[in-house]
Design a protein around this ligand. Sequence first.
Ligand code: CO
Ligand code: CO
Ligand code: CO
Length: 323
Amino acid sequence: MQVLHDMPTSDDPHVIVSFDMVDDAGVYELDDGTMLVQTVDFFTPIVDDPYTFGRVAAVNALSDVYAMGGVPKTALNIVCFPVKTLDLAILGAILRGGAEVLARAGVALLGGHTIEDAEPKYGLSVTGIVEAEEMVTSAGVRPGDKLVLTKPLGSGVITTAMRTDQAPEGAGERVIAMMLELNRSASEAMCAVGVDACTDITGFGLLGHAHEMALVSGVGLRFFMNAIPLISGARECAEQGSVPGGSEANRLYVMPYLKIGEGISEIDVVLLADAQTSGGLLIAVPPEREQDLLDELRARDVHAAVTIGEVVEGRVGEMELVA
Ligand code: CO
Ligand code: CO
Ligand code: CO
């Protein structure tokens, strides 16, 4: 985020990864060598059902730890809620949803904090552990690497269409299933194989997060549009104009860095820039280990496990889209 560029950075030698890099989680090394991974994420409801919202928010909050190859251990609830005007049973359902996901992920909920606010917001602060030799950051992408994505895109356009009841039949169920999948199995697969870099795909969309990864690694990227998995119904939502403001901002931000090839439509770019909630991992893997990674992901039933692009030497941060 732009305002962070002016923040003073810590000179504590225990700080291994912090906000001066592009990763969303920070890493701190304790005296005994244990590496703590810490992250926080919370947002306003993206679906109507409070229990589902709680679950999605928790899966999303754990994601940054998994993206670094870490294992989440403890969490704290962060809650904003209009306690005087909204039924507290709604808050109860949100918190039960979060707790269900933490139990599924083997994470201990230690507490939390609630403040009164006009609009509900929920998320968690999460602490995990990462093995030094398994730690993966956004940096370290190398020319020749293959780019593998683990979940289909389209949650921004579909959840926007759902708000006005314009989502195609079944798209709502599919997007919720996608958002509820933990990135744990994908993280285990990537640690088993050994990869060069990883980021999770969330608010900046595929192109926004990929651009950051390319910049910090000093490389260019090429994406194969036809290989990129989309949640069925996402294209229809984008075509009918159900595009959230965040996705449009992402598209405008990445436009100067795009090299748009033959056969790539405006809607394609909208979909690749779509702001995701609880999206998958984008993993840069050396070509000789690409098949191992795909095999490990598929063996763990990861939602989508596909090679969607490759790393090139071109202009730093540039992203070429080919059909
Ligand atoms: Co995050
Ligand atoms: Co992230
Ligand atoms: Co308190």
